[in-house]
Design a protein around this ligand. Structure first.
Ligand code: AMP
Ligand code: TRP
Length: 340
């Protein structure tokens, strides 16, 4: 690997992102954001991005995307990302992402893009509604690879649903380096030990996703405590009355145990043994979630009243990110034969 593979600081570099397609959920928080806050930003040279270009891959309302982008950035800060320690920014403010994405499209094959689970699922859903699928939904992983590779990130902390995209990013980095010379760091996904896939409380066989139409099974970071309690108490559980941890046979129950474990630092199997009724478990889950989200809601309220501060953080973040991405993206242009 050439010297560009090593970040100037000599530290591990981390990149991750969140799409402003809806309000952030408990799944986003436990699966990704909390790890960024508690560990990643302190142990590495880390960048966290609100990936607004990715929000344009599905039907969108411009004013809503703008609002959600600001809200997501505010929530990342409210969750505890510290702009003095890591870089927080908005993707569309740094041109290198789109510049490198095109080179990734010229590195990837049509077939490997079409094999992405998320593409297949979203396409099927859209077609069932009689809608059309944007071309950018297919090329989405090229942009995501660009996000990661532009910064020479070694690690990409994500929830389980993104592991396949990071795997593809690895393949593209390896292929590019083989064809055109060592340019990119080959990154790897890092997943949380528990709650890598938080499930919808009403439909525990599907992921808790922020853009679902039915919201009864989705806990949003900004839900009022009473709303959180109601959603948890009404969570679908499985037949039977014994509290056991079995993801395949008892997905609803396993999900509640995972959430409790993630919020309290316990182990889901061991926690199962501590309960003899669903009701008692749900009550503890509800309180654990309320307490986990309380500081985030409070800090969000304070930060939302200071939009100029958030703007200033995002402005600084974008500038720093640009400086980090530019040399590597330029090198990739030259390596591919462009007179950059
Ligand atoms: P997204 O909302 O798709 O932009 O996701 C942002 C981050 O949150 C990614 O790392 C996802 O893998 C993670 N994430 C989203 N939903 C969940 C979930 N239900 N459980 C665990 N992680 C999730
Ligand atoms: N595709 C990710 C998601 O839906 C968001 C994302 C875009 C991302 N670019 C990224 C995550 C780069 C990690 C690294 O959640």
């Amino acid at each position: 690997m050439d010297e560009m593979a090593v970040p100037a600081s000599g530290r591990t570099r981390i990149f991750s992102g969140v799409k402003p397609t809806g309000h952030l959920t408990l799944g986003n928080y436990l699966g990704a954001v909390r790890g960024w806050v508690e560990e990643d930003q302190h142990r590495a040279d880390a960048l966290f991005c609100v990936v607004d270009l990715h929000a344009l891959t599905v039907e969108h309302d411009p004013a809503r995307v703008r609002r959600l982008t600001r809200q997501a950035a505010t929530l990342l800060l409210a969750s505890g990302l510290d702009p003095e320690v890591c870089t927080v920014f908005v993707q569309s403010r740094v041109d290198e992402h789109a510049r490198l994405s095109y080179l990734m499209e010229c590195t990837a094959s049509d077939g490997e893009m079409r094999r992405m689970i998320q593409y297949k699922e979203k396409t099927a859903r859209e077609q069932a509604r009689g809608g059309s699928v944007r071309l950018s939904l297919l090329t989405y992983p090229a942009l995501m690879a660009a996000d990661i590779l532009a910064y020479g990130a070694h690690e990409v902390p994500v929830g389980e649903d993104q592991a396949q995209h990071v795997e593809l990013t690895r393949d593209l980095a390896i292929r590019f380096n083989q064809r055109y010379g060592a340019t990119f760091v080959v990154p790897k996904a890092t997943l949380p030990k528990v709650a890598a896939r938080v499930m919808d409380l009403q439909e525990p066989t599907s992921k808790m996703g922020k853009s679902h139409d039915r919201t009864a099974g989705i806990v949003y970071l900004l839900d009022e405590p009473e709303v959180v309690r109601k959603k948890v108490m009404r969570a679908v559980t499985d037949g039977g009355s014994e509290v056991v941890y079995d993801r395949a046979e008892r997905p609803g129950l396993a999900n509640l145990l995972d959430v409790l474990a993630a919020c309290t630092g316990g182990d889901p199997e061991r926690l199962a043994g501590a309960y003899d009724s669903y009701g008692a478990l749900k009550k503890d889950v509800a309180e654990a979630v309320v307490e986990t989200l309380r500081p985030v809601r409070e800090r969000h309220a304070a930060l939302a009243a200071e939009p100029a501060y958030v703007d200033e953080v995002l402005g600084r973040g974008a500038e720093r990110a640009r400086g980090m991405a530019r040399p590597r993206v330029d090198a990739a242009y030259r390596a591919m034969g462009l007179l950059a």
